[in-house]
Design a protein around this ligand. Structure first.
Ligand code: L14
Length: 349
């Protein structure tokens, strides 16, 4: 069509993830001709710089999506439910970073390293998985392909930025208050809309999102259900415990897996991970080398270390997986999906 690029919209442009989406579009030099920045009424009017130009954030309405080719949503599930279908009606492809549509049978849930080909059957909306799920499946998919996968048990150590800008602020002000011997009132974490709020500074909270009737939290159920959907393995045994820790950015995960094949050595497992796409193996005990969230901030890769063979089960392995939850866990995976759409000819320049 002879255009210089696409019309891209970011919904939730002033949020923790939205800001990273705009930065990632710029860093990747994604072919953007027009960038429309949208938000709630509260943040409208703010100005954001993209490629050296100031863009004013507008209130998101159905009409905002006229002429938009790709809309990246990260403004909460309610906004996605209300406006994603409106964007699709107007011809946009939506990449949605909320949990609103992830388990919808008509919506592909995509991590390009794992199931890029699921993009071909989208009906306008593509779901970006939960941050903790994404970094885990990037490391597990090559293992599944090479050795088969039977069981996954994961415990997470999640950063506060996953819960948004207000949670980051709460951690900082609480830490200052505690060090100054001042009193404070928790208001955001673990879940803003839940009844009770707890201290996050110098603490660990075993609740991310609300509890379900089965005793698991919604975050844990997201990890369980999304992993099976992305990997096309409804039969995979998965259990998760999700914990919030006082880290600003970078989720960590202790993952126990059982593979199909017997007799796999730890060296074979490490060699496989070393060659896996988007995985960086950081595992050298003599050098005390292992991934940590502070080192992964600002990076798109998934870092894996502490690879061990289980002492009791020949097909059991333990891994430590760390990634920037705002990048591979959210903004980068969304932009990567947009890049895949272009590469596959699913959106026309
Ligand atoms: O499902 O509070 O995309 O850290 C992931 C981060 C839900 C909130 C999702 C958090 C979000 C979660």
């Amino acid at each position: 069509m002879g255009r210089n690029g696409l019309h891209v919209a970011v919904v939730g442009a002033t949020g923790a993830v939205g800001q990273q989406m705009i930065q990632t579009l710029e860093n990747r030099n994604f072919p953007v001709e027009t960038l429309t920045l949208l938000s709630s009424e509260r943040s409208a009017g703010k100005k954001v710089v993209f490629k050296g130009q100031e863009i004013e954030v507008q209130v998101a309405t159905p009409e905002s999506f006229a002429g938009v080719d790709i809309a990246l949503f990260s403004a909460g599930g309610a906004v996605s439910k209300a406006l994603a279908p409106e964007a699709v009606k107007r011809g946009a492809i939506v990449v949605d970073n909320t949990s609103a549509f992830r388990m919808d049978e008509n919506v592909p849930l995509v991590v390009p390293e794992v199931n890029e080909s699921d993009l071909t059957w989208h009906n306008g909306i593509i779901a970006n998985p939960n941050c903790s799920t994404i970094q885990m499946v990037v490391a597990l998919e090559p293992i599944r392909q090479a050795f088969g996968l039977k069981k996954v048990i994961v415990s997470t150590y999640q950063a506060v930025s996953g819960a948004g800008a207000q949670a980051i602020e709460e951690l900082k002000t609480q830490a200052k208050a505690i060090l100054a011997g001042e009193s404070f009132t928790p208001e955001i974490l673990p879940v803003k809309s839940d009844r009770k709020h707890y201290q996050i500074a110098f603490n660990a909270i075993p609740q991310i999102d609300k509890f379900q009737a089965n005793g698991f939290t919604f975050e844990e159920m997201k990890m369980i259900n999304e992993t099976k959907k992305i990997m096309h393995m409804p039969e995979l045994e998965v259990a998760a415990t999700c914990v919030r820790i006082p880290v600003i950015t970078g989720h960590s995960e202790s993952v126990y897996i059982e593979v199909e094949k017997e007799g796999i050595s730890v060296e074979e497992m490490k060699q496989l991970l070393k060659e896996a796409p988007s995985v960086v193996l950081q595992d050298d005990l003599a050098e005390q080398l292992y991934p940590m969230p502070a080192d992964c901030v600002g990076k798109n890769d998934v870092f894996v270390g502490r690879v061990r063979k289980d002492l009791d089960r020949d097909n059991g392995f333990h891994l430590w997986i760390v990634s920037d939850n705002l990048l591979k866990g959210a903004a980068w995976n969304s932009v990567q999906i947009a890049e895949s759409l272009l590469k596959l000819g699913l959106v026309n320049l």
